[in-house]
Design a protein around this ligand. Sequence first.
Ligand code: ATP
Ligand code: MG
Length: 448
Amino acid sequence: MINFKLPDEVLKVFNKLKKAGYEIYLVGGSVRNLLLGKKTTNWDFTTNATPHEILKIFKEGFYNNQFGTVGVPQKSGLIFEITTFRSEKGYTDKRHPDQIRWGKTLIEDLSRRDFTINALAFDGKQIIDPYQGQKDLQAKVIKTVGEPQARFNEDALRLLRAVRIAAELGFMIEEKTLAAIKKYRKNIHVISAERIREEIFKILASPYPADGFFLLRSTGLLKEILPELDACFGVAQKSPKRHHVYDVGTHLVMSLKFCKAKDPIVRLATLLHDVGKPKVVSKNQDNIITFYNHEIVGTKIVEEIAKKLKLAKKDSQKLITLVRWHQFSVDERQTDKALRRFIRRVGKENLEDMLALRIADRLGGGAKETSWRLELFKKRLQEVQKQPFTVADLKIDGYDVMKILNIKPGPRVGEILNHLFQKVEEGKLPNKREILLEEIKNISLKDN
Ligand code: ATP
Ligand code: MG
């Protein structure tokens, strides 16, 4: 008997189904988390009750797909997923079972699950563990339930799930399981771009994203899903007078490792920022390796990757912007105007992330986190942002102009606003409402 402290909402599900005479178990990630002492938000249950029977007990439930899963919304806002025991037969498309049948027993249901650590169930008192999942959980290994080759060959999504779960938990992949992933890596092409993206994003967002990408690389999966990044491995950048200690691919993954941003898009941009380098690598007359324009070539490649992975438009734009401008200069001799141009290009909303990428880039190249130059640059970014950036940042607007000058909407209004903006930008006028209103009156005296 194990005394896990389960939320009341979970206990309620147990009680209701048991009272109605059914078997009910927690399965999947929640059992893993209970055993690891981690927090769970995703509670998955399995039962011998059919969806129809589950819905009779939970009137608020909804039957959401052909897989026999009933979603039951909770007061806490969580949605519990209750799935009828299943047994599956045949996977001719290497993704979906040809036949989904309700299983009769828990053991049958656990046997169709992918990894031993995912094939654990908890009935409220005991852990049911037919595949030694607890042992693997302790040893921190990912191992398939049953013969690895058969399991990966029947469902190619598991290839990426293995790497993703390893990155989420900081686990190793067991030897035979790893060999089977290598063997069946090309099957990943039967998986939709959306599902691949989802797994890549989960790896990026995980606590061990760099380990995840090194695993993708060593299994050969990287070459299948992100060949552009795979091509960066082995491209040397070590030259006399250069600080780089790694080849391009290793540098990119190390940058990801040090990326402080949590947003998977910023992490993806960090991982891909030098992806243009293999295409432009060259040597100058002093035998120094150069990568001229790699950020421009890299931007094109990243655009293609965004398309291929079907990123949302907003995500794709952010990714492209961060890669395009990652080579920004922090030279202290830059003018304020140059700094303002940089801010306008990157967008104020992306500045923090652009700096996070730069710091990750430095750390991932063996440099210190920051330098006096970078610190000065950051300070100056703050300073120049106190000035308005566009007409829209002025403390007055077109209505003020029209009212004071008693004119109708038209190009003249814009001209006057632009004129005022220029004066403010040049520092000839402060961005103060009272003063700008006075200035509009002066314009009227001068011009009319
Ligand atoms: P998380 O905490 O991320 O939800 P999870 O292990 O619960 O982790 P889910 O994707 O919710 O992951 O899947 C729930 C369970 O369903 C898994 O633990 C596993 O037992 C099983 N499962 C999911 N996908 C597959 C698959 N492709 N093949 C076999 N079993 C799978
Ligand atoms: Mg889950």
